[in-house]
Design a protein around this ligand. Sequence first.
Ligand SMILES: O=C(O)C(=O)C[C@H](O)[C@H](O)COP(=O)(O)O
Ligand code: SF4
Length: 601
Amino acid sequence: MSLNATVSRVTQRIEQRSAELRTAYMEKMRRAAEEGPRRAHLTCGNQAHAFAAALGDQDALAAGRSPNLGIVTSYNDMLSAHQPFESYPALIKDAARAIGGTAQVAGGVPAMCDGVTQGQVGMELSLFSRDVIALAAGVALSHNVFDSAVYLGVCDKIVPGLVIAAATFGYIPGIFLPAGPMPSGLPNDEKAKVRQKFATGEVGRDALMKAEMASYHSPGTCTFYGTANSNQMLMEFMGLHLPGASFVNPGTPLRDALTVAGAERALEITALGNDYRPVCDVLDEKAFVNGIVGLMATGGSTNLVLHLPAMARAAGIHLALEDFDELSSVTPLMAKVYPNGLADVNHFHAAGGLGYMIGELLDAGLLHPDTKTVAGDGLALYAQEPKLKDGRVVWEPGSRETQNDRILRPVTDPFQPSGGLAQMYGNLGHGMMKVSAVAPERHVIEAPARVFHDQDSVKAAFKAGEFSSDTVVVVRFQGPQANGMPELHGLTPTLAVLQDRGLKVALVTDGRMSGASGKVPSAIHISPEAAAGGPLAKVRDGDLIRVDATNGKIECLAPDFDDRTPVTADLTGNGHGVGRELFEVFRKNAGIAATGAGVVV
Ligand SMILES: O=C(O)C(=O)C[C@H](O)[C@H](O)COP(=O)(O)O
Ligand code: SF4
C-alpha cells in the first residue's frame, strides 16, 4: 500500500517548517562525527582519570581501538519501573567485554515517580524534571569518552529527557533499554472502583491500601497504558528500542538477553565499525511522524503531546499541534488498553502488541517504512518479535492476526476510525482531550463553571456536597509558569463519582492529567495559561462553558467574556517547599504547553 497522502503531506510540511533548524543541526552533528572517536581528543591525564576505576578494562580503553559504551542510567528504588536497572550495568559491561568492547556508567539521571508524587507538592517538579534529566544526561556524556550510549529509562519524563540528550549528542549512536512491565496484579479498573468507593466513604483506608498494593506489587512498569508505556511504544515506532523489547517482563531470561543484545548492538553501530547509526540519523522527521501515528493508534498519553515537540526540537525538528490533529484524523484507534479499556499492557503484548500494530499500519501505508533504526534499515524489522534461543535473542515474524479483538484490532476494523487525542480551540485558548478514554456521549459537555485554583479545593467542595448539578470544573493557575503544570489525576475518582451519579461533568485546566487518567472528559493543557493572563483567568462561577471534542472547540459562552479583565492569583506559595525553591528559574523560563513547556529546548 502506498504511503497515506495525509501522512506524506504532514511529513513534508514538517520537513519544510524544520528545514533551517534541521540543516543547522545536522551540520553540527556531521562536524562532531568528523572529529572522530571521542577519546582521541583527551589528554593522557583526562583519559587516565576516566579509566582509573575501570579495572580489567584499562588497557583496552587506553588502546582506543575498541568501542567504549556509555551507560546513562535512571536507576532508583522509587520507580518500580526503574528498580530493575540496578543490575543492568554489570550485565552490559560483561556483554561488552565478551565482544571486545568496554562499557562504563557515564552517569545517572534523576527519575521522579508520578505515582508517588500524584496529588502531592512534589508533582510540581515533575514536568521540569524532564529538562533536568536532559541536563544530567548531558553532564554524563560530556566526559566525551564514549563511542555510543545505552539509555536506561522508561517512565514519564525520563525517556523524553533522555531522548533530548541523545539527540543533542546525536553524533553518537544510542539504544534505549527498557525494564518491562510488572506482571499483572489487581486489574486497573478494579483499583479505580475501590478509589471511588473510598472517595464516597464506602470503604476505609485499609481496603484502599490493600487494593493499591495488589495493583502495584513488584518491580517493573505499572501495567496501565499511561505515559511510561506510551514512551515504550514511541521507542519502537521511532526505532530506538530493539524490536519487541518494550513489554517483556523484568527478571526473565528473555529480558536479560534483550539487555545483552542491546549492549552488543550499541557497540556494533559505532563510527568504529561499518554500520554507523548515529541518533541524528534515526531521529528524523519520518521517525517523529511514525511516533505520532503510534500515539494515536494506541490511544497513548496526552503527556506525549507535550514531550514530542520538545524531543523533536532537540533533533532540529519543529512539530506543531496541527500535525497531531491531522495524523490523528487518519489514524484508526486499534488498541484498548486501560484507561481506554480493561486490558493492561501484558494482555496487549500477548494479543500481538506493538509488532502486530506496526505490521498492520505499515501495510495500510500509515507509517513511513523507510526509516533508519538502531536495529537496521526499515521499520518492518519492528513487526518482528524477540524469542529466546539457546540463551540468545532471535527475532521471528510477529503475529499478523490479533489474538484478542477486544484488546487489539486490525486497521480495517478499529475501535474508532480516528486517533485517541483531540485538539480543541476557542475563546478559552487551545486545549486537548484523550477521547479514547471517554465514552462518545461525553465528548461534548456544556454546563456552568465552578472555578478553583487548586485540586484540593475541588475535593473539599465535593466533600461538602456542593456538586449537585451538571458542572464544568475549571482548575486554573496550574500551568508551567504558575506551578510547573502538575498532573491533576488525583481528581479522577472525585469527578468519576459525580459522573457515575448521572451528572454531566468535565474538567478544564491549564494543568495536565496522567496518561492513566480516563473516563471523565478533561480539556487539558489550556494555553496560554492563566498565570500568563490567558483566557481561563477571565472565567467566573456560573459561566456557561462548552467543551466540544467532536468539533474541536473549547468556549466560554458568557456574552461579556471578551471584555473581561483576567484575574490574577497570589502564586508566591508555589515558590517554596519540597524543593520548589530550586525551580523558580524553570517557572520563569518555561515555554508554553503547546510547544512542550520546555526550558532547555
Ligand atoms: O501515565 C502517566 O502520565 C502517569 O503519570 C501515571 C502516574 O504514574 C499515575 O499517577 C499513576 O497512576 P495512579 O496510581 O492512578 O496515580
Ligand atoms: S508508570 Fe508512573 S507510577 Fe509507575 S513507576 Fe512509572 S512513574 Fe511511577
